[in-house]
Design a protein around this ligand. Structure first.
Ligand code: AKG
Length: 317
């Protein structure tokens, strides 16, 4: 019986192995993460983000990332006040203009989005090309609901609704997967992105001073090197001790081997790294997980992800 099973599996395994390479395309470019000091003035935040995006562009960055909740203080009590319609809101107009003036691909951090038809609020990232056109909209899928006694309790679901699709963004530098903060704890999103040919996962995020030291860097290195052999970048707001929520900061860029290429402390900063898709190919050649996966033994989660004509990735049952 055993040998019959072995015989049946062996040919299908070698056939699977041959088909397991993932086509990674793109050219080297400079990535910038802006660890922005966010205030309670939306107008100031938009103006300040504009200055820093222009600065990153002057330093040669071609892809620029803003942090989670870059236009408002982070906290459920603030979301309804700062929420905007997309694409009508002031933040969207400002982000589109910044991308166009700076001539960069801009991952516009996230903002609280109010969906006018339902009144629901989402934590939403929008992405722009160098012409200022919005090319993707991602709503945070996994809401940040945690309760660590005497440390931190946060319940985004009291106010927010979770998104229901994954997002991959095509650019002239390669394809990117993107998700927001708590989403990084769920490996499936990055795994699907990697297997669909993305060169990097971009996470605007605002970890805190309890879970930040525990997991922020660990998660990025895990998602990059251990799971997927791709680049991972996570962009936080700067810490403001005068507010209720103390962001961890430490915006970081990790390479496909899991090495930290750039990072910073908690204050406002811009960090840069060169992203080279060839590094992904070299890493996958040296440690060839991509040819060794055993989808005959366990499921390939990426096969469940279907791309629709508007670029949204939804999961089949
Ligand atoms: O996962 C964590 O520990 C922090 C997540 C978070 O701050 C967020 O999703 O905004």
């Amino acid at each position: 019986m055993l040998s019959a099973i072995t015989k049946r599996i062996a040919p299908s395994f070698s056939a699977l192995s041959r088909n397991m390479s993932v086509n990674v395309q793109g050219s080297p470019f400079k990535l910038a993460l802006i660890q922005l000091a966010v205030t309670d003035s939306k107008e100031h935040n938009l103006k300040h983000a504009h200055e820093r995006v222009m600065e990153a562009s002057k330093q040669g960055a071609k892809v620029v990332v803003l942090p989670e909740c870059f236009n408002s203080p982070y906290g459920t009590k603030h979301f309804p006040e700062y929420a905007e319609d997309i694409p009508e809101g002031a933040s969207i107009t400002a982000l589109s203009a910044m991308a166009k003036e700076a001539k960069v691909y801009l991952f516009g951090g996230s903002i609280p989005e109010r969906e006018s038809s339902t009144g629901k609020i989402f934590n939403t990232l929008t992405v722009y090309n160098p012409l200022g056109e919005m090319i993707a909209k991602h709503r945070k899928v996994h809401l940040f609901d945690i309760d660590i006694p005497n440390k931190i309790r946060f319940q985004e679901s009291e106010i927010l609704t979770g998104g229901s699709w994954l997002t991959h963004v095509d650019t002239e530098y390669g394809k990117f997967g993107t998700a927001i903060c708590y989403d990084i704890r769920f490996p499936e999103i990055a795994m699907i992105a990697a297997r669909k040919g993305c060169i990097a996962m971009i996470y605007p995020g605002a970890f805190n001073t309890t879970t930040g030291p525990l997991h922020w860097e660990l998660l990025q290195r895990a998602r990059s090197a251990v799971d997927n052999e791709m680049y991972v970048a996570a962009c936080s707001p700067a810490r403001d001790e005068s507010t209720e929520y103390h962001a961890w900061g430490h915006s970081t860029i990790v390479d496909p081997k899991g090495q930290v290429l750039a990072t910073c402390e908690e204050k406002e900063a811009i960090i840069y790294a060169t992203i080279d898709p060839q590094e992904i190919l070299d890493t996958r050649k040296h440690i060839p997980l991509y040819g060794q996966r055993r989808f005959d033994v366990y499921e390939d989660v990426s096969q469940k992800a279907e791309e629709s004509s508007d670029g949204k990735i939804t999961l089949k049952e």
